[in-house]
Design a protein around this ligand. Structure first.
Ligand SMILES: Nc1nc2c(ncn2[C@@H]2O[C@H](COP(=O)(O)OP(=O)(O)O)[C@@H](O)[C@H]2O)c(=O)[nH]1
Ligand SMILES: [Mg+2]
Length: 326
């Protein structure tokens, strides 16, 4: 039976890739594919890469094995739908990735298949390497050797889901300024007036090979403004689901007391912002999970990034460590 799989779906980039499996895949595409060289299709062998056209649309055909070839076409939905239509006309059927995976890797375990799925979507070299180890059977080996893999459960979850770092604090302490500094571009509006940020702002960034979702929130305080109130309610929800809270405070404020309450058992870093307003005498030696920074002058920000990573990933597993993928 002839089957095709959308290896790289449309809309993901300039190029989409369709893989065709059949007894004689060259015969199927000969109905619509014309090699640029004019050479006959049955002369091509596994390993050949051929430029050509499908009704004037440029494509590249890679002959992978005798029974498998890849068609690289333009990445638009329209171009891919047209090509799928030609393949269906030749009797080929589209195969779902799940079905394809279990059929092509029948010997693999559930964990290996999950890791393979995740690997296709991985965003950094570091997470891809850890997922590749699981595809290779690191989890199964660890189980056979009686090793405990639970230790890495939380970390394994974040091979596919970003770590969530939520920035909270009172109004005007510089949460949005620091959010922009960490991201490296002015994503959030910064203003001298309190209550500027009301909606939740989220942006993904990569820290030390880990994908992090950074969340900027409305300032937490008593307010009569109902829009701000809703912003604060939403900020509270973000706090509950955070992997790490950055509690931003104003280093220049004399009064150190605060009304804000946080859930217990949440990791937290206290970030004293606006350190540029302090003179040498006013600067304090802070405890381990606290830091003085200036979003304005960009001081202390790199040290803060290191603290964030240390808090999220206190220990990184060596290559080949088995992890359960969910
Ligand atoms: N001096 C100084 N001012 C800052 C710093 N960070 C933010 N600000 C100012 O503080 C005000 C509030 O900043 P913003 O980022 O909107 O605070 P948010 O309400 O906590 O999000 C703005 O006028 C900023 O320019 C800093 O590190 N030093
Ligand atoms: Mg703000």
């Amino acid at each position: 039976m002839a089957e095709f799989l959308l290896t790289t779906p449309p809309g993901k980039g300039a190029i989409a890739v369709l893989t065709l499996y059949a007894e004689n895949p060259a015969e199927i595409i000969s109905a619509f594919f014309v090699p640029g060289s004019g050479r006959k299709l049955d002369l091509f062998r596994a390993g050949d890469v051929v430029y050509g056209t499908i009704f004037e649309e440029d494509v590249i055909v890679c002959f992978v094995t005798e029974k498998e070839l890849e068609i690289h076409c333009h990445g638009s939905v329209a171009a891919v739908e047209r090509l799928k239509g030609f393949l269906r006309n030749q009797g080929a059927e589209e195969c779902l990735r799940d079905v394809w995976l279990s059929r092509n890797f029948p010997a693999q375990t559930e964990n290996q298949r999950r890791a393979f799925h995740a690997l296709l979507k991985s965003e950094t070299e570091k997470t891809a390497a850890m997922l590749w180890d699981q595809v290779q059977g690191a989890f199964e080996t660890a189980c056979q050797n009686g090793e405990k893999t639970e230790k890495w459960d939380e970390l394994a979850e974040h091979l596919t889901r970003p770590w969530k770092v939520v920035m909270v604090g009172e109004p005007n302490v510089g949460k949005s300024s620091l959010f922009n500094r960490i991201l490296g571009f002015p994503r959030a509006i910064v203003f001298e007036q309190a209550g500027t940020t009301r909606d939740i702002l989220r942006e993904k960034t990569i820290l030390d090979g880990w994908t992090v979702e950074l969340v900027d929130t409305a300032g937490l305080h008593e307010t009569g403004d109902s829009i701000e109130k809703e912003g604060i309610r939403r900020a509270r929800i973000e706090i509950e689901t955070a992997d790490l809270i950055l509690w931003i405070r104003d280093a220049a404020q004399r009064d150190d007391s605060s009304e804000i309450e946080f859930p217990e058992n949440k990791k937290m870093i206290v970030v004293w912002n606006k350190a540029d307003l302090l003179n040498e005498r006013e600067r304090k030696k802070r405890p381990e999970n606290q830091i003085e920074v200036s979003a304005l002058r960009e001081t202390g920000v790199n040290e803060l990034l290191k603290m964030i990573i240390r808090a999220l990933v206190p220990e990184e597993p060596p290559r080949g460590t088995g992890m359960k993928i969910r």
